[in-house]
Design a protein around this ligand. Structure first.
Ligand code: ADP
Length: 634
């Protein structure tokens, strides 16, 4: 019998499969079952138009058989089958999708990725078997043929006496090696598990002979209870459920069913916070089942975390994590998408450009967003819980890429409110704004309690304004990219330009600062280079000093930026403000006239105090401590 050679490309792919170091070899079964299902599809559709082909829908099925002794795994379908020519063309040459992938130069690592993510169809059988036999009879041919190959050396085709149309693929499973336990693919439970894992939703029954232990019927002896006896029976069973939960009508699925599915599929011990079930039909069609986990995945903020949704093409799993389906800021969402418009062998390169997929992704993003908005409106308690878990992520989403997505996310953001003493949205803040209030006030610090004690905050609170307390590093950066909300600008309580005085008061203060200009110059000298300016203020009520900033960079932002590696000495432009109504102001003027040396010491102490209030460290604490004691001892 003639041994034919594989085409060059096929040989390469085959070689890759046979020597595969890919660990997820089990996917071969998914590939073969999915081919079987396609073949049945083809036959069924043919039967709808071709009177000569008679098909009973109920008979269409896939069978999986195991012969442990002979190390054989058999996958049988009663689909369209293949003619001799088709066997030659389809199995001797790799499929179109495969060839596309191989146009590029692949490194070994990339090959492994390809197997994992897209599967490579029929040839994946060679990952687990050293001999593959394909016996097939086409509906278009009287004769049946058997294609046989041990791999690279080539293949043979000979006639067979198969009578019914369809295909039987017989794999001789490789002997176990040190690295690989191939025998697991001869274990009935393992095969059942794989069918449920990858092919549960195939629309035709996947049947297997399954062993059961059953109670035997035993007649009881008179006056005695019947003894229990058991026997092992073999039964043909359908392993797959055939109907995916996401294709069911929403109203027929119980919450518990959604939750159980989630916990099993995504390995969580807790029910999800939210289930989103989407069915879209039209220009593109898809079903999606999305979950927001109740708690942040433990590795969420690490590099290991991979966002993405499972991708199915008509019930067949084609990718575990399709990242293209989720924007980063919704990266915590788990779930799956099933679309008949996505090809089973779509490649990663194609994924990114795939119009259907992009449209689906956009749709999913909008859906998640609108569901969150609904939750915010209708179930605040739940939204609070959501925001505590994922708020930081949303804020990063608003800030990232220079605020490219800020408008999509701004309604979902919340910050702590000084008046409400809980998290509030920007919309709620603006609705509560006082008449004539022009700005949205905010103040930053390590904790709500600490911010509440800031001298700069007190007067704004006293005037009855609500202040947003920002405690997370990213917060102020978010407000900076937002710039404004509904026309209201954000105003840092610690910025030099907080404008609470009347015109008259402003005028008075200006005059006062002008009069004491020389004194401030001397004080500035005492803390050379540390501050932009020193001046009197009215904003401090009873507190003596504070540090404010001028320009875009606040003290909190300076702290955050300087914490990052390779970001040395970035400095906010600070101003030391001294309360003109405080006793200390009088004292300073006094010292300026009579004891300039002591004035310098006072300045150093005042500046250190202002820094401490802001949560900044003091450069030379010993010097300051000595100075304070010197002054105290006087
Ligand atoms: P793909 O399924 O991506 O086309 P495969 O390598 O898995 O690539 O299969 C190649 C071709 O072989 C299929 O397109 C199909 O025409 C044919 N084929 C494979 N398995 C079967 C089967 N069980 N019945 C009929 N045809 C099949």
């Amino acid at each position: 019998m003639e041994t034919k050679q594989f085409k060059a490309e096929s040989k390469r792919l085959l070689n890759l499969m046979i020597n595969s170091i890919y660990t997820n070899k089990e996917i071969f079964l998914r590939e073969l079952i999915s081919n079987a299902s396609d073949a049945i599809d083809k036959l069924y559709y043919r039967s709808l138009t071709d009177k000569n082909i008679k098909v009973n829908r109920a008979d269409l099925e896939i069978r999986v058989d195991i012969d442990k002794e002979k190390r054989l795994l058999k996958i049988t379908d009663n689909g369209c089958g293949m003619t001799e020519e088709e066997l030659e063309n389809n199995l001797g040459t790799i499929a179109r999708s495969g060839s596309l992938l191989f146009k590029e130069e692949n490194k070994e690592q990339k090959d492994v990725d390809i197997i994992g993510q897209f599967g490579v169809g029929f040839y994946s059988a060679f990952m687990v078997s050293d001999l593959v036999k394909v016996e097939s009879k086409s509906v278009d041919s009287e004769k049946a043929y058997t294609w046989t190959s041990k791999g690279e050396e080539g293949y043979t085709i000979e006639e067979s006496d198969k009578k019914e149309n369809g295909t039987v693929i017989t794999l001789h499973i490789k002997e176990d090696s040190e690295e690989e336990n191939y025998s697991t693919f001869l274990d009935s439970y393992k095969i059942q598990e794989l069918i449920r894992k990858y092919s549960d939703y195939i629309r035709y029954p996947i049947k297997m002979e399954v062993e059961h232990t059953k109670e035997k019927e035993v007649k009881a002896e008179e006056g005695k209870e019947a003894k229990k006896e058991y026997e092992t029976v073999k039964e043909i069973e359908t392993i797959n459920s055939m109907i995916p939960i996401w294709k069911k009508n929403k109203s027929t699925v119980k919450e518990e069913e959604y939750n159980n599915f989630y916990k099993e599929k995504f390995y969580d011990y807790e029910d999800p916070l939210k289930v989103i079930h989407v069915s879209v039909e039209g220009q593109f069609s898809y079903n999606a089942l999305l979950y927001i986990p109740s708690h942040v995945p433990f590795d969420y903020y690490t590099k290991e975390y991979q966002k993405g949704l499972q991708l199915y093409s008509n019930g067949v799993l084609i990718m575990e994590k399709c990242e293209e389906l989720l924007p980063d800021y919704f990266g915590f969402v788990k779930g799956l998408v099933d679309s008949p418009d996505v090809s089973l062998n779509i490649s990663r390169e194609m994924l990114q450009q795939d119009r259907q997929l992009r449209a689906i992704a956009k749709n999913i993003e909008n859906k998640i967003k609108s569901e969150l908005e609904k939750m915010l409106m209708n179930d605040r308690e739940k939204y609070d819980k959501f925001f505590k878990a994922y708020g930081t992520q949303l804020k990063f989403g608003a800030y990232d890429n220079y605020g490219m997505n800020k408008d999509k996310l701004k309604e979902l953001l919340m910050f702590y409110s000084s008046t409400e003493q809980k998290l509030v949205t920007l919309k709620e803040y603006v609705l509560r704004m006082k008449e004539g209030q022009e700005n949205i006030y905010y103040a930053c610090g390590e904790s709500v309690d600490k911010i509440d004690l800031l001298p700069q905050v007190e007067l704004i609170k006293d005037k009855g304004y609500e202040i947003l307390y920002l405690t997370e590093n990213v917060d102020e950066f978010v407000l900076q990219v937002l710039m404004e909300y509904e026309g209201k600008k954000f105003q840092n309580a610690s910025a030099e330009n907080v404008n609470l005085d009347s015109e008259e008061e402003k005028e008075q203060l200006k005059k006062l600062n002008e009069e004491n200009k020389d004194m401030f110059a001397l004080m500035k000298e005492a803390i050379a280079g540390e501050v932009q300016d020193i001046r009197f203020t009215h904003r401090l009520k009873n507190h003596p000093v504070c540090l404010t900033t001028e320009g875009a960079l606040s003290i909190e932002m300076q702290k955050v930026i300087n914490q990052m590696p390779n970001n040395g000495a970035l400095k906010a432009q600070t101003i030391l403000e001294i309360n003109e109504n405080h006793e200390i102001a009088k004292k300073l003027k006094d010292l300026y006239n009579n004891d300039k040396e002591t004035l310098k010491k006072y300045t150093k102490v005042l500046y250190s105090q202002a820094r401490l209030i802001e949560g900044l460290s003091v450069e030379n604490p010993t010097e300051i401590s000595n100075l304070v004691c010197e002054i105290m001892a006087k």
